[in-house]
Design a protein around this ligand. Structure first.
Ligand SMILES: [Zn+2]
Length: 147
């Protein structure tokens, strides 16, 4: 076997695998492969590589998208429940404190005053964050569509 022909065949292997060769070239490669174990091995390697890259280039997109949607949804739900608990708890505590103060009026203790200040501060922070998130919502949606 002449070495130049051997190299020539190797340069054709990739196209042979993709069935892009002319009938004559394809025949030449086939004949060479019949008595060249080295080139057969080369072809097998190319085949494996093609399979691997094929799997990488064409993953199952719908499934991947669903996982992404599910992940986003679970993050949103967790965050939403978190905010609801913080907000509901804070409002509830505020109402309870007011009712108790009205029912059993007495001068508030320092601890109660400080607690009230912290509570009002937390509520202000919460509503400012909530307002910001509502303002960012259209932008958020646009970004999601772009992805
Ligand atoms: Zn060969």
């Amino acid at each position: 076997m002449k070495p130049d022909r051997h190299e020539q065949i190797r340069s054709l292997l990739s196209a042979y695998l993709d069935e892009e060769l002319t009938q004559a070239d394809s025949q030449r490669v086939r004949l060479h492969l019949e008595d060249c174990a080295e080139c057969r091995e080369q072809l097998a390697q190319l085949e494996r590589l093609k399979q691997l890259t094929g799997e990488l280039v064409f993953p199952d997109p719908p499934e991947q998208e669903w996982e992404e949607v599910e992940r986003r949804l679970s993050v949103r739900i967790t965050r939403g429940v978190g905010w609801m608990l913080v907000c509901g708890g804070a409002v509830g505590l505020l109402i309870y404190s007011l009712v108790m103060a009205l029912l059993h009026w007495r001068p508030p203790t320092v601890r109660e005053i400080l607690g009230g200040i912290v509570l009002v501060g937390a509520l202000l922070l919460f509503f400012s964050v909530l307002r910001q998130r509502l303002l960012e919502l259209p932008h958020d949606r646009y970004r999601r569509v772009k992805q």
